[in-house]
Structures are given as structure tokens and as C-alpha cells.
Ligand binder design. Structure first.
Ligand code: TEU
Length: 571
């Protein structure tokens, strides 16, 4: 068999550039800021840095709406700054991965400008244009109960009832040519038509140029959505929600991309596809090395379990459900394929507030979740600020929020549907993506060491107490704990490659599993609660080597303190 890929022993760190560090005082993070903080990442020990988008963009979705794939937004710097950053990342032995956002472009991208210009534009078919639905196809009853006066001017009706992820219909009518275009996200993010081979070739050529420039791979935004269920685009009202399902040609497209971009290159690259709604069976196909598609995927099952009616209706964590889900992914990708491991990113609220206790047990719960996650089999991802246990933010009102998804949700629910403002704000405070997007807290100063200017989004008031300087000086440093986990991933082949077995799957407060390697076995046990927990299965383990723990004291007891995690090794 082929030797295990390098990324089985690697840890990736995600930088969200606008919130990481600002070097020019305009209140927005930039490439110079990242450069100035590279040693923080080198000290942490991560292998790969994934940069969220830095390309030119109108910034409706903070750069996930790209108007030029070949450049750098002046907000963040220049191509020269980028090359300098890349060189410094490489000089420290790390790799740099770009965000690839090719399910959609900005509506300001020249491709879309040309596409929308006329029905006969050579790029018309690069996007999803459709006629309005005719009235007879709509859901109106045949005989209205009360005769209605004909409306003044019939409004064009969307081709189907798909909804955008950011509220409202997924179709926008474009007056000049009298057709609708599809956007699964904001109207400023029209979806590219991957059915058209010219689109795919243009994307592959662009990817090749970035690789030639020296970047080390791609994180591919919503890449499973590039293949859509064609037949249902024209399917009328039935199609609700279908837009967010993987389409039939995904594997074909990914394999074609592999051949066109990655096949002729060395194997030092890394590819990870973000895939909302992907099943473990599909992910296994995508990550089976023999099929030559992608190295790993970001799945969404485990971060969807605490959602009620919608994303902003949070429910308490159901630990049994979480273990069932992550356990199934471990099993499903055990012999073929590979998992990516994440709990935090720029689209998720902060881990320690969501699944832990960001008050009295902030250190313990942040480190417990870190250990549980990093000791699964797969490649762990750390999101900026996670390594110091940054928390959700006590936003005071809607004016504190910047995220298009959050602001649109508020408008729809408060202004249009008339829901109580406090109820909607409570949902946003718990789940908004802006929780992850406030500036990284470097020190206790008023702007947290992020900028000398006015930050584009408020700095969390928790920065006085939670910041890099304070954490690194503390006896109970979250950063130091992450260093240890990363070191284990690098040096311990059981952590990297050992098999995974979930234990006590039905226990509501205990997270326990083993990893079995060539000559040893690791036991990982975590008390996911604020009460002490007696763990009989520690019998016979507690006397063995303690590899790692987050609560000082007697590791030989079989009782775990609140939020205690322990890792024992038996040979
Ligand atoms: O996110 C895709 C996605 O499915 C969600 O996580 C999304 O953020 C939204 O919250 C759905 O409720 C990716 C990017 O990570 C995200 O930042 C972008 O906004 C989105 O695609 C569009 O490019």
C-alpha cells in the first residue's frame, strides 16, 4: 500500500484575514497583519495556513463574492504582499492554502457582467438564466374562492421556489434581458454554470496559475453544489430546498479537476472540499484516493445537531447524538478515505460558548473539546482565536452585526414576519457567524492589539481577560494545550493513524474512545459536564501513563472533575 499522506500528521490553521491583524490602521485585517503574526502560528506548530478569500471583491459576503480570481483586494494588500507572505510562510516550514470560491462569482465579475449583457452573449450560458414561470404553472388554485381583480402588472414569478441561504428567493429577475438568474447565496453571488465545459476549463486554468505561483492547495467553498439537480431547476414549486443537495455530476467534475490541475504535480498539495449536506457514503467516494477527487471534505452533520426550526433556533447539545454522528464518520472513513476534524470556523459560533462553558470552566471546556477533536482520526483544523479559547460575543443590538446572513435574517424575521426582536437577537447572539468574526484578541488594550484604527466590527468586551498575551502568560494556557496536541499529531503514529473505537456511546455526559496503534493503545475520556463524573472504565487504565490532561491532580482516580479530559496510554 502507498505510504500515508503527509497531511495525516498535519494540523491546519484557518485565518480569516479581515479579523486577524491590521497593519495599516484602516480597521480591517490585511496581509501585512498576517505577516507580522506569523511567528504566533509557527510557535503554535501548525503545518498549514488556510486563508479565507483575499481576492478583489465588493465584500458583500466578506470576500466570498469574488470579482477577480487573479488578484488581491487592495483592502488586504497587493500581489507583491501576497508573494512576500507566501515566502515567509514557506521559510517557516509551513504551507499556504487558498480559498477557492467557484460555485459562484460576484455579480461584479466581468464574466457575469458579460453574461447579463444580452441573451446572445457568448458567456450567457456561464450562469443559470431561466425564464419566469408562467402563471398557470404557479401554485394558484384553478378556481379562486373569491373572484380576484387582475393585478395591475403581473410580477414575474421565480422559475422555482428555491430559497437563498441568506433569506429570500434564490432567483433574481434581471430587467435588461427579462430573465432570472440563480444565486444559492446573495443576489450579488450568481451561481456559475458548471454544466458548461468552458466554465470548468476557466476555473482549472485559474487554479493552475495559483499553484504555479507557489500555493500549496485549496479549500473549496461549497464545492458539492457545483453540480445541481438540473431536472428540478425547471421543476416548479416541488423543488424547495433541493438547491442545497449534491448534484449528479459531482464526482465527474472533481475527477476532471484532479486530472486538469493536480495530476501532474507533486503530492505536497492538500485539497479539502466544503460540502454542506454531504453524506458519509458520498464523502467516502470523494476521498477514496483511488478515485482521484479530493483529499478530504468538511461535512456539516455534527454542527447541525443543535439546530431547531432553523439555524438561529439553538438547542442544547445532545452529546449522544454528537457521538453517534462523529462515530459514524470515523467508521465510514476508516479503511477508505479521510476525515477532516473541525468544530470552529468563520461560519460557526465559538466552540467554547456553544458546547462548553465560557464562564467558570472556560479553560477546562476549551481544552476538553480540543483534545476530543484532535485525537479523532483525521486532519484537525483550528480556527483563529480557538487556540486561546475565544468566546461568543455579547452583541448589544442588530447594529453590532455585520454578517449578511445575520442581518438579512433579522430583517426577514423582525421587520417582515414581526417576530419579537429580543427572541431573534437571542438566536443571533448564540449562532451568528459574527461570533467568529470579531477581531483576534492579541492583548488587553481597547482594540485588542488588532488595529490602531477603528475596527470594522466591535472588539469583544471579553478581550480584557481573554487574549493571546494573557493566555500565554497563564499557568492554564489554552495555547500551550494546543501546542501539545499538535506535537502529538506530529510525533505519535497512533494519534495520526491508529484505529478509532467509540466507547459508552449512550452515555449522556461521557465522551470516551480508544485509538489503537501498532504496539499501543490510547484511551481518551472526557467529562462533558460541570459535575464530577465517575468513570468505571478508567479502572485498569488510570495507573497507565498519563499522556495528557487538563486538570492537575491525581490521575489515578476513576473520577473525572468537571470538564476534565484525560489521555492514557497502554502498551
Ligand atoms: O459556506 C457555506 C455554507 O453552507 C454555510 O456554512 C453558510 O455559511 C451559511 O451559514 C448557511 O447557513 C460557505 C462559506 O464558508 C461562507 O462563509 C460563505 O458565506 C458561503 O459559502 C458562500 O460562499
Amino acid at each position: 500500500a502507498a505510504p500515508p499522506a503527509w497531511w495525516t500528521r498535519a494540523v491546519v490553521y484557518q485565518v480569516y484575514p479581515r479579523s486577524f491583524a491590521d497593519s495599516d490602521g484602516d480597521g480591517v485585517g490585511d496581509l501585512g497583519g498576517i505577516l507580522s503574526r506569523l511567528d504566533h502560528l509557527a510557535d503554535l506548530g501548525v503545518d498549514v495556513i488556510w486563508l479565507s478569500p483575499v481576492y478583489p471583491s465588493p465584500q458583500h459576503d466578506n470576500g466570498y463574492d469574488i470579482s477577480d480570481y487573479e488578484g488581491i483586494d487592495p483592502l488586504f494588500g497587493t500581489l507583491e504582499d501576497f508573494d512576500a507572505l507566501l515566502a515567509e510562510v514557506h521559510a517557516r516550514g509551513m504551507k499556504l492554502v487558498m480559498d477557492l470560491v467557484v460555485n459562484h462569482t460576484s455579480d461584479q465579475h466581468p464574466w457575469f457582467q458579460e453574461s447579463r449583457s444580452s441573451l446572445t452573449s457568448p458567456k450567457r450560458d456561464w450562469y443559470w438564466w431561466r425564464d419566469a414561470r408562467t402563471v398557470t404553472e404557479s401554485a394558484l388554485p384553478v378556481e379562486p374562492a373569491v373572484p380576484v381583480e387582475p393585478a395591475e402588472e403581473p410580477r414575474p414569478v421565480e422559475p422555482n421556489d428555491w430559497r437563498s441561504a441568506f433569506s429570500g428567493p434564490a432567483w433574481t429577475f434581471d430587467e435588461p434581458t427579462g430573465q432570472f438568474y440563480l444565486h444559492l447565496f446573495a443576489p450579488q453571488q450568481p451561481d456559475l454554470n458548471w454544466e458548461n465545459p468552458e466554465v470548468r476549463q476557466a476555473v482549472y486554468a485559474m487554479m493552475n496559475r495559483w499553484l504555479d505561483r507557489g500555493v500549496d492547495g485549496f479549500r473549496m467553498d461549497v464545492i458539492n453544489l457545483v453540480s445541481k439537480r438540473l431536472e428540478q431547476v425547471d421543476g416548479g414549486a416541488e423543488a424547495s430546498g433541493i438547491g442545497f443537495q449534491t448534484g449528479p455530476r459531482l464526482h465527474e467534475f472533481l475527477h476532471e479537476m484532479h486530472e486538469a490541475v493536480f495530476a501532474g504535480r507533486d503530492s505536497d498539495l492538500i485539497t479539502v472540499g466544503e460540502m454542506p449536506g454531504i453524506t458519509v457514503e458520498e464523502a467516502r467516494l470523494v476521498t477514496d484516493p483511488a478515485r482521484r477527487e479530493l483529499d478530504m471534505v468538511f461535512q456539516f452533520e455534527h454542527v447541525s445537531l443543535d439546530q431547531g426550526a432553523d439555524k438561529f433556533d439553538p438547542r442544547p447539545l445532545d452529546l449522544v447524538a454528537l457521538k453517534r454522528s462523529l462515530g459514524r464518520w470515523q467508521e465510514g472513513l476508516a479503511d477508505v478515505g479521510w476525515n477532516s476534524l473541525y468544530l470552529d470556523n468563520h461560519d460557526q459560533p465559538r466552540l467554547v460558548s456553544r458546547f462548553g462553558d465560557d464562564g467558570a470552566f472556560r479553560y477546562e471546556s476549551a481544552t476538553l473539546w480540543a483534545a476530543l477533536l484532535h485525537l479523532h482520526r483525521g486532519t484537525p483544523y483550528i480556527y483563529q482565536g480557538e487556540e486561546i479559547g475565544m468566546t461568543n460575543v455579547p452583541f448589544t443590538g442588530i447594529d453590532d452585526f455585520r454578517d449578511i446572513e445575520s442581518v438579512n435574517y433579522y430583517r426577514e424575521n423582525v421587520d417582515e414576519l414581526g417576530r419579537p426582536e429580543e427572541e431573534v437577537l437571542a438566536g443571533l447572539r448564540a449562532m451568528s457567524r459574527d461570533n467568529a468574526r470579531t477581531p483576534v484578541q492579541w492583548d488587553a488594550s481597547p482594540t485588542a492589539g488588532f488595529t490602531t484604527g477603528v475596527p470594522w466590527i466591535p472588539v469583544s468586551p471579553r478581550s480584557v481577560e481573554v487574549n493571546v498575551e494573557a493566555d500565554r502568560a497563564s499557568e492554564r494556557s489554552v495555547f500551550a494545550f494546543y501546542q501539545r496536541l499538535i506535537d502529538l499529531r506530529h510525533t505519535d503514529s497512533t494519534v495520526a493513524l491508529g484505529s478509532f473505537t467509540m466507547l459508552e456511546a449512550e452515555h449522556p455526559r461521557l465522551y470516551a474512545f480508544t485509538r489503537e496503534g501498532e504496539g499501543d493503545q490510547l484511551l481518551v475520556v472526557g467529562n462533558v459536564s460541570a459535575e464530577p463524573l465517575d468513570v468505571p472504565l478508567l479502572d485498569g487504565w488510570a495507573d497507565e501513563e498519563l499522556v495528557l490532561g487538563n486538570v492537575p491532580g491525581d490521575a489515578r482516580t476513576t473520577t473525572l472533575a468537571p470538564w476534565e479530559v484525560r489521555v492514557h496510554r497502554r502498551t
